[in-house]
Design a protein around this ligand. Structure first.
Ligand code: KG4
Ligand code: ZN
Length: 334
């Protein structure tokens, strides 16, 4: 069998990324151009600037990814692209580039869901066994997704307010840490000797939903209290208290869901899966429960195009292609 190559494009938020993946699992290149430095001074992603930056970078990143992969454009067998969800202007840049390439190279086009990408990043780590339970924790999403079979997604719980990454970023901002704050809070929390006890939002006893806005408010209240008393804010102890609350809730609910739905595997994914404390706790709980855990390496946790190729590969195998009227869908559901 001749090897096949998927070229994938991801532009849903503030990363312009292109990857070339051989035979569905071998990542030949995965170029990620982050706009973080541009957005940092605004304390978050500015949609209008994001689209403009994607336009500036997309062709350069495309060329770079093809060259780094050591393939020619003639060897590309299909173009995959993140169709949604995400920022509409940002998604459009990737979708237009993908359609142009598909047309110019006369190869099929495959539309991919961003979260399916995060989940199937785990295909690049190991074989997925169904039913599997995915804990998706990113800047825009916090979900427990049951995969009863390949390509089937059932959301059994989700956040009712902030996404985990969003809460991390807001808390970091309140502590005057740079954007995105997740890695900074993670580092502070690891180094702290003590933790300030913060609330945990368990919600209804049988619920797999999440809520992080109360926790975020509790952190802000602690900061205000310290400021009013003219005391310094104990950033480390606060970061650790915040992180412990988050990790307690997400790992407890994930383990309970895995048991209830008979999952044979737990898949961790999304930008917050880069969190060291979360990875360690989940690894320990899974080992204790005898539940196999897959976690992508750091570079495949945050937004990247290789994960989009990994998800698109399942559609490639089934011959599930899109037509040229594929649209960017900011609210696309799984
Ligand atoms: O998946 P991602 O790259 O983009 C979205 O699709 O949202 O996730 C980005 C999020 C940001 O909120 C960032 O602060 C968070 O992931 N993040 C972390 C860590 N690294 C990135 N959160 C906690 N600990 C980390 N080490
Ligand atoms: Zn993402």
């Amino acid at each position: 069998n001749r090897p096949y190559h998927l070229l994938a494009i991801e532009t849903s938020c503030d990363e312009t990324s292109v990857a070339v993946v051989r035979n569905g699992g071998e990542v030949l290149s995965n170029i990620v151009s982050s706009q973080i430095d541009t957005h940092r001074r605004f304390g978050g992603v500015v949609p209008e600037i994001a689209s403009r930056k994607h336009v500036e970078s997309i062709t350069v990143i495309l060329e770079e990814a093809v060259e780094a992969a050591g393939v020619t454009l003639e060897e590309i067998d299909a173009i995959a692209v993140t169709q949604g969800p995400g920022l509409v202007g940002a998604l459009l840049v990737g979708v237009v580039a993908a359609k142009s390439l598909s047309l110019a190279l006369d190869v099929p086009l495959i539309g991919t869901h961003h979260i399916a990408g995060h989940i199937y990043a785990n295909r690049l780590v190991g074989e997925i066994e169904y039913p599997a339970l995915a804990l998706v924790v990113s800047g825009g999403h916090t979900e427990l997704v049951l995969l009863e079979a390949e390509g089937s997604f059932r959301i059994i719980g989700q956040t009712r307010d902030d996404a985990v990454g969003e809460a991390y970023d807001k808390v970091a901002r309140a502590l005057s840490l740079p954007y995105p704050g997740g890695p900074h809070i993670d580092r502070l929390a690891q180094a702290a000797e003590s933790a300030i006890e913060l609330p945990r939002a368990w919600l209804e006893p049988d619920s797999f939903d999440f809520s992080f806005s109360g926790l975020k408010s509790a952190v802000l209240a602690e900061i205000n209290r310290a400021n009013m008393k003219g005391l310094g804010v104990e950033a480390g102890a606060l970061a650790r208290g915040f992180q412990e609350s988050v990790i307690d809730v997400v790992t407890t609910k994930a383990m309970r869901a895995a048991a209830e739905f008979g999952a044979r595997q737990l898949l961790l994914c999304g930008g917050v899966a880069a969190n060291r404390g979360l990875r360690e706790r989940l690894a320990a709980l899974c080992a204790e429960a005898g539940l196999p855990l897959l976690v992508p390496p750091l570079a495949l946790c945050t937004d990247n195009a290789a994960m989009i190729a990994a998800a698109a590969d399942l559609k490639w195998r089934r011959g599930e292609f899109a037509t040229l009227d594929l649209k960017a869908e900011p609210q696309l559901s799984l």
